[in-house]
Design a protein around this ligand. Structure first.
Ligand SMILES: [Zn+2]
Length: 317
């Protein structure tokens, strides 16, 4: 059976060597930074700098260009190597302004640019956004309150208090997302704050001391009242909005009865493929965006049926 959608899931490319061992050597990092091939990305307010007029291509600056724009490059975040090109990132203050803004490029939201980024730019932007968010929220040590300092090119933060000295590692919040099946139908829900008519897969965060299979069962039961039996892992996707790793599943319901928790979701329904097709064509149903694992999972389920390809059906509307 074809469980997977045909196209690659956005934000999942592996083009970058993060140089986990080499980056411990500060001298090597200095050499990489000074290398003429080194490229620097800019981030401000969580958004990366894109080429002017091209929101689907990151702006890769040389160190000279960054210096000419008077951007502080003393503590760059090392992202990794692509072939032999070292990539770094520089963080600008949220209120930074300058004439160079108009000449170097424009800051833009990854969520909107992701579907059309090259694999390398997609990986760079995802890593940068996730790491930037983590560092912005870990300025101080969570144990003693002293200021943290960056180590290993910025991938580790260390408490500056000598007695404490705790190391802080990048944090990722695991979340599950699932297509639940019942007699040829799939379970989709909608949250109150979503755009009108939009339905998506059931999702939720992993609790402490919980297997991810049990998270699937707990979340589906809590949100929709539907008991779930068999649970099968499909794939994962980094989701730096702000700090998640989405773990995608297919699951079998043990009953078709729905009893939603109105605190969690506004509505949940079983849909046949034919119903989804008709609703999408009539404009009465909006699907999750093509960037998302939710859409990838839904495509995988839908395209196993006889109603055609979901992306093509949506494209004709
Ligand atoms: Zn500390």
């Amino acid at each position: 059976m074809n469980f997977a959608a045909k196209r690659q899931l956005p934000l999942t490319s592996v083009q970058l060597d993060r140089a986990t061992v080499k980056r411990r050597d500060e001298k090597w990092l200095d050499e990489m930074k000074a290398d003429p091939s080194a490229r620097f990305l800019l981030v401000k307010n969580g958004n990366c700098l894109y080429r002017q007029g091209e929101r689907y291509s990151l702006r890769h600056l040389t160190l000279k260009e960054a210096d000419n724009a008077e951007i502080d490059s003393t503590e760059p975040l090392f992202l990794g190597l692509s072939a032999s090109t070292p990539f770094f990132a520089l963080t600008l203050p949220d209120d930074a302004q300058g004439e160079w803004f108009d000449t170097l490029g424009e800051f833009f939201d990854l969520r909107r640019s992701a579907p059309l980024l090259s694999p390398l730019d997609g990986e760079l932007a995802t890593l940068l956004k996730a790491t930037h968010h983590w560092r912005e929220n870990h300025v101080f040590c969570g144990r003693c309150g002293a200021v943290n300092v960056a180590c290993e090119g910025g991938n580790i933060l260390k408490c500056s208090d000598q007695e404490c000295g705790r190391l802080h590692f990048p944090r990722t919040d695991a979340a599950v997302i699932v297509v639940v099946e019942w007699e040829g139908r799939c379970l989709l829900g909608r949250q109150r704050q979503w755009p009108e008519r939009m339905f998506s897969c059931i999702a939720g965060f992993v609790d402490p001391a919980e297997t991810i299979e049990n998270t699937v069962r707990r979340e589906v039961l809590e949100e929709t009242g539907v008991p779930v039996g068999d649970v099968r892992y499909m794939t994962s996707q980094p989701w730096p909005f702000p700090a998640s790793l989405m773990l995608g599943f297919r699951a079998k319901a043990l009953s078709g009865d729905i009893n939603i928790d109105p605190e969690e979701i506004e509505e949940a329904r079983w849909f046949t493929r034919k119903e989804i097709k008709d609703l999408v064509i009539s404009g009465d149903m909006a699907l999750p965006g093509r960037i998302s694992i939710s859409r990838w999972l839904l495509n995988g389920w839908f395209n196993e049926g006889a109603e055609g390809e979901l992306d093509e059906i949506e494209a004709t509307t």
